[in-house]
Design a protein around this ligand. Structure first.
Ligand SMILES: [Zn+2]
Length: 245
C-alpha cells in the first residue's frame, strides 16, 4: 500500500517545521556573533577615545609647564631690568620681556584650547560609555534568550525528527531509496502538493494518468520533471475540478 495523501501531507508539514527550527537554531548564533563583534568594535573605539583623552590631558600639563617656565623667565628679566645701568642693555631686556610676554599669551591661549579639547573628549567618552553599557546589556539579554530558546528548540527538533522517521514508514520500502535521494536534494520540500494539475515543487504539469493514480491511491507518484513525491492537497480537490470540466 502506498502512503496516503494524508500521510504525505503530514510528513511534508513535519519536514517544514523541522526546517524552520533548524533555521532558527542556526540564525540565532549568527545574530549573536554579529552583535558581539559590534560590541568588541565599540570597546576598541572606547579604548582609543580614552587614550586620546589621556594624551590631551598630558598636552595641558606640558603647556602649563611651558607657561610657568616663561613666567619665571619674565620675572628674572624684570629683576635684571631694575639692575642694569646702560640704556642699550635696558632696551634689549625690554625687547626680550615683550617677546616673552607674547610667548606667554600664546601659551595661555593654547592652554584654553587644550582644556576645551579635554572637556569635549570627556563628554564624548561619557556618551560612548553609556552607549556601551546599554548595548552590552542588550547583547547579554540576547545571549540568555538564545540559550534558553536553543535548548527548547533542540528538544522540539528531536521530537520532530522522531515523528518524521515514524511518518516515513508509510512510504513503501521499494520507494524509500528514491525518497532519501530527493530529501538529500530538496530537504524539507522533497514532497510537493499536486494542485491545479501541476507539481507545486517545479510547476510542471502532471499527466492525467498520474492524477488518476494519485486519486485512486494505488501507487506512489513522483513528479516526472523534478522527482518530488506528490500528494493531493485536499481529498477530492482534483476530483471536484475534473468533475466541473
Ligand atoms: Zn515537480
Amino acid at each position: 500500500m502506498p502512503a496516503t495523501a494524508q500521510n504525505l501531507r503530514d510528513l511534508h508539514t513535519l519536514h517544514q517545521r523541522a526546517r524552520a527550527l533548524r533555521d532558527r537554531l542556526s540564525s540565532g548564533p549568527r545574530t549573536l556573533a554579529a552583535r558581539q563583534a559590534a560590541q568588541a568594535a565599540r570597546q576598541a573605539e572606547l579604548d582609543a577615545s580614552r587614550k586620546t583623552l589621556q594624551d590631551a590631558k598630558v598636552r595641558v600639563q606640558k603647556l602649563e609647564h611651558t607657561l610657568k617656565a616663561i613666567e619665571s623667565k619674565i620675572d628674572d628679566l624684570k629683576v635684571k631690568l631694575n639692575q642694569v645701568k646702560k640704556n642699550d642693555e635696558y632696551k634689549a631686556l625690554q625687547n626680550q620681556i615683550a617677546h616673552d610676554n607674547n610667548a606667554r599669551s600664546k601659551a595661555e591661549e593654547d592652554i584654553l584650547v587644550a582644556l576645551e579639547d579635554v572637556e569635549t573628549r570627556t563628554a564624548e567618552i561619557a556618551r560612548q560609555e553609556a552607549d556601551f553599557k546599554r548595548t552590552a546589556a542588550e547583547v547579554a539579554a540576547l545571549q540568555q534568550q538564545l540559550e534558553s530558546q536553543s535548548a527548547q528548540h533542540k528538544d522540539q527538533l528531536r521530537e520532530l525528527e522522531t515523528a518524521i522517521k515514524e511518518a516515513e514508514t508509510a512510504i513503501p520500502e521499494v520507494h524509500r531509496d528514491h525518497y532519501r535521494r530527493i530529501v538529500a536534494r530538496y530537504g524539507a520540500d522533497a514532497l510537493a502538493a499536486c494542485e491545479d494539475n501541476s507539481c507545486h515543487g517545479c510547476y510542471t504539469a502532471v499527466t492525467p494518468q498520474m492524477i488518476n493514480e494519485l486519486m485512486n491511491g494505488e501507487a506512489q507518484i513522483f513528479c516526472l520533471s523534478c522527482g518530488r513525491l506528490l500528494y493531493l492537497t485536499e481529498p477530492n480537490a482534483v476530483l471536484t475540478q475534473r468533475t466541473a470540466k
